[in-house]
Design a protein around this ligand. Sequence first.
Ligand code: DAH
Length: 366
Amino acid sequence: MTELTTQTTASLGAIAAATTLDMLEEQRLAALGKKGWISLALKTLGQMSADERKDAAPAIQAARAEVAAALDARKAELEGAALAEQLARETLDLTLPAPFAAQGSIHPVSQVMDELAEIFADLGFSVATGPEIEDDWHNFTALNMDETHPARAMHDTFYFPDKTGEGREVLLRTHTSPVQIRAMQEHGAPIRIIAPGRVYRSDSDATHTPMFHQIEGLVIDKDIHLGHLKWTLETFLKAFFEREDIVLRLRPSYFPFTEPSVEIDVGYAMEGGRRIVGGSGDEPGHAWMEVLGSGMVNRRVIAAAGLDPDQWQGFAFGTGVDRLAQLKYGMDDLRAFFDGDVRWLRHYGFSAYDQPTLSAGVGARA
Ligand code: DAH
């Protein structure tokens, strides 16, 4: 019996000294495992006489119960300590900065629209909007394009079906110019607005998509002339391309809603396979490229919007936002703008923190 007592004391001591669950498991196996001393002691009962067994069996069972209880108690202690240690280690400090980089980016079209709004806000323009589902009158007739006007055919319009099946009354706007009419009707004159937004034409190839973006500008006041138009567009293009050497060429043209009409070209040079805007198109190595349509607002348009053209006049301009983005940031295929390919968006997208401002630069790159 003294051997049993010695072994029990040794086991209890080792269990108390175990500092890890692995060490504790070793002690469990050494005592209660198949070849553990308690299991072996229980096996000896079979060879004993009935008398011997009457004393030995309760003693061995008592030792087994004592060791098992010590193992359970120590296990609970070690597990409790491990949990406390893990909780201390894995606390979440919500005052720390977010551990993951922000996902997502600002699309170049949104970025350029923000840049344009910032530049024109500095010149006293506010941002106007109009519906993308437009009626024939605002999109065409009020802009001096009546039913028979040939320019209508050039717009490849998406019409909505109507009751007659003819479907010529409601359409997806083909340009942002109808916002000119809506803005004059709503706010009267004087007025200075830009109107960026989506427009739609049934057209699709590397340089045309069925939906694209335009920006419209309109100034109506007294004594406005072409000089104001030229200064405004020159100031805008210099701010947008962030260089002083932008040279404009005004070319006579035709739009139904302006009279006279001018197309605006800028000089550029090819650098690394890209068009870089700057300099006169007549310089060696340079050429001209059209960037804007514009003109003095046609009297008939001013009258259609409910203003007196003898009292009010002004200028308007329009251009493609996607194309401005391509020129400034160098993407060559327009279709990629609308594919939603995350690699393209990561490469050409902007940080949401990178708000264009006149003080920090309207095109600062993240
Ligand atoms: N609406 C024209 C287009 O989509 C662009 C345009 C040209 C707008 C001349 C204007 C303008 O305001 O004056 O092609």
